[in-house]
Design a protein around this ligand. Sequence first.
Ligand code: 5GP
Length: 264
Amino acid sequence: MTNAAFRRCFFVPTELENMQKGDYLYAGKAKSVYLTDDPKRLILHFRDDTSAFDGEKIQQLDRKGMVNNHFNAYAMQVLEREGIATHFEELLSEDESLVKRLDMIPVECVVRNLAAGSICKRLGVKEGVELHTPIFEFFLKDDARHDPMINEYHIRAFGWAEDQEVERMKEQTFRVNDVLIRLFRDAGMLLVDFKLEFGRYEDELLLGDEFTPDGCRIWDARTREKLDKDRFRRNLGNVVEAYEEVAHRLGVPLDDAGGVRGKG
Ligand code: 5GP
């Protein structure tokens, strides 16, 4: 879809039609970030690149950028409606969104509801074991060191965040978990685990980065079929098809008309 066609299908406020995409700021593994003519706003470009194992495995998957852009917009708007402040502003095109420019805290916040992934390797527990209570974990964002697990003492000792920010990140991540567990459950899915990142904006701590099937585990509630990036990590195939299936079950508008309409 062209940008003009996108604007016809997905309402984009007039002032944003004139938002100028500026210089390229940096590229993550699946997103590129651009400056805008507003120093407080950035453009996120969701690419088709898919990476795993700290960038060791990379592949281009057709439509993934478009699906993740819309998925993220939908998730962020659901969270905003539930009172969780995020950086998301507007969808700009099929694979681009406008966000507030945050001063990112270099840690990842992970919550787990069922055992999967690194916790199974670390603790020798079986995949799929239901946890009595959700588990919260911090990881340092450092690909070269494979995002090592850290705790609040590391964050305090190295000055990566203030104590009150640590508390806020935990509190907000658990709130996101409550909201999204319900959302997925109502659509016949289990939210196994997910990763969030936060950043500072003026005096606030906002949810940043993205919420997409690239950064969470989602299983079909009945069959426990994997519907997330584990399909890519484990060569299960139909990766984007699974993301589209999740989007379809949640009612996330993709490239058809009647889409996500700005901030909810
Ligand atoms: P694990 O610690 O089991 O590898 O990951 C826990 C959850 O956080 C999974 O849903 C995983 O997708 C997500 N996650 C952890 N680290 C990263 C990361 O660096 N990038 C992305 N996209 N997701 C991550």
